[in-house]
Design a protein around this ligand. Structure first.
Ligand SMILES: N[C@@H](CCC(=O)N[C@@H](CS)C(=O)NCC(=O)O)C(=O)O
Length: 240
């Protein structure tokens, strides 16, 4: 059987949890990388024969899928990383939506063209609004949820764990003091760093380390993995 094909920009973005799942289960796959800042994707988009063309996409034989949660769900089913009863299904649905809110909320803060009325004065000035009004309340809820749990669903791993990890990694990198306020999330984060898949991907130079595209004020290919310093409006470099 031909390997599955995935397409996405050459940054971590919303594809990274999908990559963690694939590497976690040791699946062979082809990755079609589209360079951010080029038109390659947009030139091909309409001709791929997809119902709702977008990035990321998945082609697996006759199956073609877009929407990151639909792709994660498809892979989760394939590899046993999904809810297996009604109660867990409800939790999974809730996490799909809630982690998407965090993903989208971060994009609305870090990408200037998406910043709206919430942050009228830009990144630096909007930082405390983002932290206090947006992300901290969600991390508090998640921290309570994760008490006495190894993974989101308790003892067994689901695809949502990789999404939560990626969101925590981005926020921990952008705001290095943040995670220390949430002991249960911090423990989960550090455990996940050693999880097969996460370790493989983050330890490899095969894939971009940039969280965001170059249009973002933080986490783009230029300054990836360096915490952003609000005072200098720049990335904190080694030794600072
Ligand atoms: N809700 C969609 C969002 C997809 C999306 O906005 N993709 C962005 C990259 S993160 C994109 O550039 N899509 C290409 C396009 O709009 O043609 C998902 O979860 O997959």
């Amino acid at each position: 059987m031909a390997p599955m094909i995935f397409g996405y920009w050459d940054v971590r973005g919303i594809f990274q949890p999908i990559r963690y799942v694939l590497e976690h289960v040791g699946e062979q796959y082809e990755f079609k990388s589209y360079s951010v800042g080029t038109n390659t994707w947009f030139e091909q988009k309409a001709s791929l024969g997809m119902d709702f063309p977008n990035l990321p996409y998945l082609i697996d034989g006759d199956v073609q899928l877009t929407q990151s949660n639909a792709i994660l769900h498809y892979l989760g089913k394939k590899y046993g990383l999904v809810a297996k009863n009604e109660k867990d299904q409800r939790i999974q649905d809730m996490f799909d939506g809630m982690l998407w809110d965090i993903t989208y909320g971060a994009a609305m803060f870090f990408y200037p063209h998406m910043r709206g009325r919430m942050y009228p004065d830009g990144l630096e000035e909007g930082k405390s609004t983002y932290l206090n009004a947006k992300i901290k309340p969600k991390l508090e809820e998640l921290d309570r949820w994760m008490a006495n749990k190894r993974y989101i669903f308790g003892d067994t791993m689901h695809y949502n764990d990789f999404v939560l990890f990626e969101r925590l990694d981005a926020h921990h990198t952008a705001f290095p003091d943040l995670l220390a306020q949430y002991p249960n999330l911090q423990r989960f984060y550090h455990d996940m760093l050693n999880e097969k898949g996460v370790e493989t991907v983050l330890g490899s130079d095969k894939w971009s380390k940039a969280f965001n595209g170059p249009q973002a004020d933080w986490g783009g290919p230029e300054g990836f993995h360096q915490p952003w310093d609000p005072k200098t409006r720049s990335y904190v470099t080694d030794g600072q």
